[in-house]
Design a protein. Structure first.
Length: 242
């Protein structure tokens, strides 16, 4: 995954390892008190805000609706959501942090290190190392970068080997990385596998997610899968156990 190489070169601090790098779409289902599933205020919450309750949410939510919902229609909700935002109130940390991501940054990568979680996008992205790697899904690319996985030199070797147009001794071109938000690890209370019940109208009424919970009780769920094992593996990688 060429984006991992770009992140290591341009974004990581010296000696900062990447635990996982997950391709994702900036489009989420909301499970936040006071918001509907598209992230819009439920009836009655606007009146409460006018009375001074939840004023802090005003600036945050103004920018997150379009960016996060991405103009989805009901038909888009038939498959598993790319992610879920959950929280106890509209002004929770998860909503506030996601509002930092610009609306045009629809496709990107969640990247976790022992120090921080970030949403990165890449300009002029180079084609993936091999179509077979892509067919393995998001987790297939992520499994390479846990504790005890391939070393940096081997990552480069594999990328070069899979793209014969690169000549030995010539630097592999990488896309420009941009970080749109960074959440420090002390603000992350837990990272775990979580089975979410999606209800009616979806391809499956249940899905396993990697759940990142923040210290205020809010958080995000990403990388959906039918089975528990991929989510559990990602959780173990998050804690440096793989």
């Amino acid at each position: 995954m060429i984006e991992v190489l770009a992140a290591r070169q341009q974004w990581c601090r010296p000696g900062e390892p990447i635990l996982w790098c997950l391709r994702s779409q900036h489009s989420y289902l909301f499970d936040v008190e006071g918001l509907d599933e598209k992230g819009k205020p439920k009836k009655g919450w606007g009146a409460r805000a006018a009375l001074g309750i939840g004023d802090a949410a005003g600036g945050v939510l103004g920018g997150v609706f379009d960016a996060v919902t991405g103009g989805d229609t009901d038909s888009d909700l038939k498959t598993w959501p790319a992610g879920v935002v959950f929280g106890p109130a509209p002004n929770c940390m998860a909503v506030a942090e996601l509002s930092r991501i610009p609306a045009e940054a629809v496709h990107g990568f969640w990247v976790l290190t022992p120090h921080r979680l970030s949403w990165l996008t890449f300009q002029e992205a180079v084609e993936e190392a091999a179509e077979a790697e892509e067919s393995k899904g998001v987790l297939g690319g992520a499994l390479k970068f846990g504790k005890g996985a391939m070393k940096f030199a081997r990552d480069v070797r594999d990328i070069v080997a899979s793209k014969p147009e690169y000549e030995p001794g010539v630097a592999v071109p990488v896309p420009a990385a941009s970080a749109h938000l960074e959440i420090q690890r002390p603000a992350i209370a837990d990272v775990s596998a979580y089975q979410r019940k999606l209800g009616r109208g979806y391809t499956s009424n249940k899905a396993w997610y990697l759940r990142v919970q923040f210290t205020d009780g809010s958080g995000i769920e990403i990388s959906p899968s039918r089975d528990e094992k991929p989510a559990q593996r990602l959780a173990a990688m998050s804690h440096g156990r793989i």
